[in-house]
Write a protein that binds this ligand. Structure first.
Ligand SMILES: [Zn+2]
Length: 473
């Protein structure tokens, strides 16, 4: 009997417990799983991909994103988060419809598949319509990706903007949100390649009583509870003022730390807070590009790694301007090395662990994916090294981390299914997705109003950032 798929003659970076790198090696895939990893496999296969001169490795994991922001990239740039959020983001995002949500998710899925990202964790809190998150999840499912959908909660503010302000359609009552989270969990958790987690926004966005209910719900459902922690310096002052504790300390007091606790950003942590995370087995998703772009700072991941904390990498939202996770990993490395004046502050191997097995551990799916091992689900990418910027190789892993780009990924495979072959996405109609996105974005900007449109028509700035023209005119 023929097996489903055979990848021949690649350099296989397994990320297995022994971290084996096997040259001239084949990977046999059947029924969605890895059947065998060995040289010269003599097997008949329905489909064979030649990986000569290529690296074959686990699919990349994007541990934190807000894919709706694919629709707003370029709307306001070179801005701090707060003016961007309250003045320019809210008029747009408060009007997102299920059609807009679907378009943004399609575009993000397309871009991720083209960059070798096989698992996405999306934090979706924009419940302007309760159908939004269902449409997004269906798109990831149809695209063939693996997804952890983080059902978001906003019951008090959206990044500090009160619920009684105009247009705050994304802020809902506790009871409604909890009932909807249960319904979403029952519909999607464990269905095919999708899992569900709970995602309170931040200490600012969520009431303490809702936080406590979410800790209890995550225990009841045995799922992750994932939140933004100490991403920007001001949030620590807010949390200290209101609760007498720093951000992570407060999450610890509420019970959000532990093996099921996932902290996004984790930039402004004290040594004591890093110790709390290490002791409780709390996990981190580091978003270096978004943190740097917004002027948030640099997360102390070298320190966290030295304390054994499990870290994954994420893009976060539009502030990354990319879904290329190789770029995100490279930036993570450069920021640690430059800021600590230490070339050894983080290694290529550690960065690739965060992209693969580390990210899988953060999402609680490491028994299934994150490494290439017999019996695991077959989430595999093939990276073409037969290119000037990738030759000569020297050692494969550092070349992959420091020189390769998402666009060097030629085949993307999830659950044994080929989603992209020779740079052509098979699971989605690329032309159709891009046409729909342009139409949907035009609709969204029109409904958001004149000031949003003006953001796209700003003149070349005489000095300083372009957006200030809107304020100064
Ligand atoms: Zn985020």
């Amino acid at each position: 009997m023929a097996i489903d798929l055979l990848i021949k003659n690649g350099v296989v970076i397994t990320m297995d417990p022994d971290r084996r790198v096997l040259e001239n090696c084949d990977v046999a895939i059947h029924d969605g799983k890895i059947l065998e990893i060995a040289p010269h496999l003599e097997m008949e296969a329905e489909k064979t991909l030649d990986a000569g001169g290529c690296v074959v490795c686990p699919g990349l994991i994007n541990g934190h994103s807000h894919v709706y922001q694919s629709m707003i990239e370029g709307l306001g740039y070179d801005m701090h988060f707060n003016p961007w959020n309250w003045r320019f983001l809210i008029p747009v995002v408060s009007k997102i419809t299920p059609d807009n949500a679907q378009a943004g998710a399609s575009l993000a899925a397309l871009e991720m598949i083209r960059n070798g990202v096989t698992t996405i964790s999306d934090h979706w809190y924009l419940h302007t319509d309760m159908e939004n998150i269902y449409r997004v999840t269906e798109i990831f499912d149809q695209s063939g990706m693996r997804a952890q959908m983080v059902f978001g909660f906003l019951d008090e503010t959206f990044a500090g903007v009160q619920r009684d302000a105009d247009d705050m359609t994304m802020i809902q009552s506790q009871d409604l949100l909890i009932n909807e989270a249960r319904r979403f969990h029952d519909t999607w958790h464990g269905k095919k390649r999708t899992t569900v987690a709970l995602g309170p926004g931040s200490t600012e966005d969520i009431s303490e009583s809702l936080m406590l209910k979410l800790v209890a719900l995550s225990k009841e459902l045995d799922i992750n509870v994932s939140t933004h922690v100490a991403g920007w310096i001001e949030i620590n002052s807010y949390t200290i003022r209101h609760f007498g504790e720093r951000d992570l300390e407060h999450f610890n007091s509420l019970g959000l730390t532990g093996p099921r606790g996932v902290m996004f950003h984790a930039v402004w942590l004290s040594d004591r807070e890093i110790e709390i995370m290490a002791k409780t087995g709390t996990k981190v998703v580091h978003c270096p590009v978004a943190n740097a772009y917004l002027g948030y700072g640099i997360s102390p991941i070298s320190h966290m790694l030295s304390r054994g904390i499990t870290i994954g990498l994420g893009t976060d939202g539009a502030a990354s301007y990319t879904y290329d996770m190789l770029e995100v990993a490279r930036t993570a490395g450069m920021l640690q090395k430059a800021s600590k004046l230490d070339a050894e502050a983080v290694t290529a191997e550690q960065l690739f662990e965060m992209l693969t097995i580390g990210g899988a551990k953060v999402l609680g799916i490491d028994k299934e994916v994150g490494s290439l091992e017999k019996g695991k689900r077959a989430d595999v990418i093939v990276v073409d090294f037969k290119q000037p910027h990738l030759l000569p190789v020297g050692r494969w892993l550092p070349k992959l981390v420091y020189s390769a780009r998402g666009s060097d990924v030629i085949h993307t495979i999830v659950d044994g299914k080929v989603l992209m072959e020779s740079r052509k996405v098979i699971s989605m109609d690329e032309e159709k997705v891009m046409a729909q996105v342009m139409e949907s974005r035009e609709d969204l900007i029109t409904r958001a109003g004149k000031e949003t449109r003006d953001l796209l028509n700003m003149p070349w700035p005489k000095d300083g950032p372009a957006w200030r023209w809107l304020v100064d005119r």
